[in-house]
Design a protein around this ligand. Structure first.
Ligand code: SF4
Length: 213
């Protein structure tokens, strides 16, 4: 993939999804962090249905650090993997209170040192909570689209992100984080992608390969 085609693809996706944005609801960096942790192996829709009940009463690192772990497990139960997520969220809240004066750090290194926050989540938090995208969050949609369009042949998210960053200019990081996910949800779905209605056919390795089989 060359930079020229990469920009054309991103521009085309921006036209296809002018309203693409983060679909998690939050009002503070800490709420964003909690929502991102809960969204692992869970839909954003389910997270959004679960968090209002929590954030109404518990919305700060102090609240989470002081909360009984059993109560936290109960509150986040609908999002799945509730024991691990509760443990990580409580530990993260304790670290934020003890080490960061109760403030979510706004850099990748410190974010990635928090339990349950990997590179993908840190990228999402930097973009959505601090409006400062540092890279591209590679989730299942981004991975599939990057592979199909020919941005990357890799399967590991970190390597796919590096391939994307080589050809996508920094000013597009924000857009790419949203439009790849929307394209994956709406058109380039895992099973039966809607290639006939996709405007990226001319660039797509997956499409060309299947067309000439
Ligand atoms: S042409 Fe098909 S496989 Fe390629 S990006 Fe579009 S929907 Fe996905």
């Amino acid at each position: 993939m060359n930079k020229k085609d990469a920009v054309k693809i991103v521009e085309t996706l921006k036209e296809m999804y002018p309203d693409a944005k983060c679909s998690l609801d939050f009002s503070t960096p800490f709420e964003m962090l909690v929502s991102v942790v809960l969204s692992a192996q869970c839909t954003d829709e389910r997270v959004n249905k679960t968090t209002p009940n929590i954030f109404n009463k518990y919305s700060t690192p102090q609240d989470f650090a002081n909360m009984d772990i059993k109560l936290l497990e109960e509150l986040i139960h609908p999002c799945g993997f509730y024991k691990t997520k509760a443990k990580n969220l409580k530990k993260t809240a304790e670290i934020l209170v003890e080490k960061y004066d109760g403030i979510v750090p706004n850099n990748m290194k410190d974010l990635m040192s928090l339990p349950g926050v990997g590179r993908k989540s840190a990228n999402v938090i930097m973009l959505e909570a601090f409006n400062s995208p540092q890279g591209i969050a590679v989730d299942t949609h981004c991975k599939r689209i990057a592979n199909r369009l020919g941005f990357s042949k890799e399967s590991e998210p970190e390597k796919i992100e590096q391939d994307l960053l080589k050809v996508i200019p920094k000013e597009y990081y924000k857009d790419v984080n949203h439009i790849f996910i929307w394209h994956g949800r709406n058109v380039c779905t895992s099973q039966k992608p809607k290639c006939d209605s996709c405007k990226l056919q001319q660039y797509c390795k997956f499409y060309k390969y299947n067309k000439y089989l």
